[in-house]
Design a protein around this ligand. Sequence first.
Ligand code: TTP
Length: 357
Amino acid sequence: MMEKRIIHIDMDAFYAQVEQHDNPELRGKPVIVGGRSFNRGVVATASYEARKFGVHSAMPTKTAHKLCPDGIFVHPRFERYKEISAQIREIFLSYTELIEPLSLDEAYLDITELVNRETSSREIALSIQSDIFEKTGLTSSSGISYNKYLAKIASGMNKPKATTVIDYNNVLEILHVLPIGKFPGVGKVTEEKMLGMGIKTGKDLYYLSKNDLILKFGKRGESLYNKARGIGTNELTVQRERKSVGKETTFNYDRNDDAEILAVLEELSKKVSTRLDDRQLAGRVVTVKIKTGGFEAHSRQMMTMDPIFKSEDIYHYAYSLYHEVKEQDVPIRLIGVTVSGIEERLYRNMTIYDFIM
Ligand code: TTP
């Protein structure tokens, strides 16, 4: 079997670059895209000029102001980013249908079939990046490797405007010096924990035994062990259109106690939220359904003001729907909550409310 060739493509400072592209007077300047509300706003991203001041994604706008008082604060224009994202996907599709989008500006492509004696994977990546630039005027970076997580590491290594290959001959050398926080799947919390244990780089990780890692990090220990060694999946999850995300529970006896049932509903809302979050999705319709002890099914649904994904927002709607659908003194055997009207999320660790000016 032929070794897979996976490309990870990621636009450079995406939202900020779009703003600088569309408004030439912003070029070369520290541009900070995000919520402008001084007290509640959050930075979505910053141009490379602003990053020099230490400004970064998910930082409160207030902090960004302090670090970079001359920064130009810009409100995000999600519709525009979505439009460009669609143009980029068209370009990907002109190469292959094996695409796994990760967010608006980021995707894996499996180009194994396109590589041959005349055309290397690097040339294909460069060609995609130059198509993107021609069509949108925007720069991107790409990483190429034999599995997904290595391709992702590679695309981040030499940003911006870079094309980087990780192969068997350089993989350990690269992983050994990689800061632990740069390993995909190692979030802030795990990073802190690792630093506390003296694990600073991929090399430190490499020298821990599998048993030790499993002991300290549970199920993820094995994946961390593999990640230190260049081992990871090369199978893309080619996106299907998702219509809804729902969870339900059947009780082991019919229930009538509101507090008890609502506690379950809250748990279900959390699960739906996690599912949406994993896939960077949000939805506009919440449905609660119940089945009575007599097997009658009832449901109610409600449209939300904005696409939602946080568990407290889902539960907020589910809570009032429950009170509409549940009849007093009629015990139920099943309850479920579903979010539909699904769309891709335009912002990650924040809701639309964080952008209120
Ligand atoms: P990223 O690709 O993570 O970052 P980036 O494109 O801004 O910069 P880099 O060149 O370092 O890759 O995110 C893509 C877009 O998603 C980003 O431009 C803004 C948005 N975003 C948020 O809204 N919140 C976040 O916390 C992050 C990380 C990104």
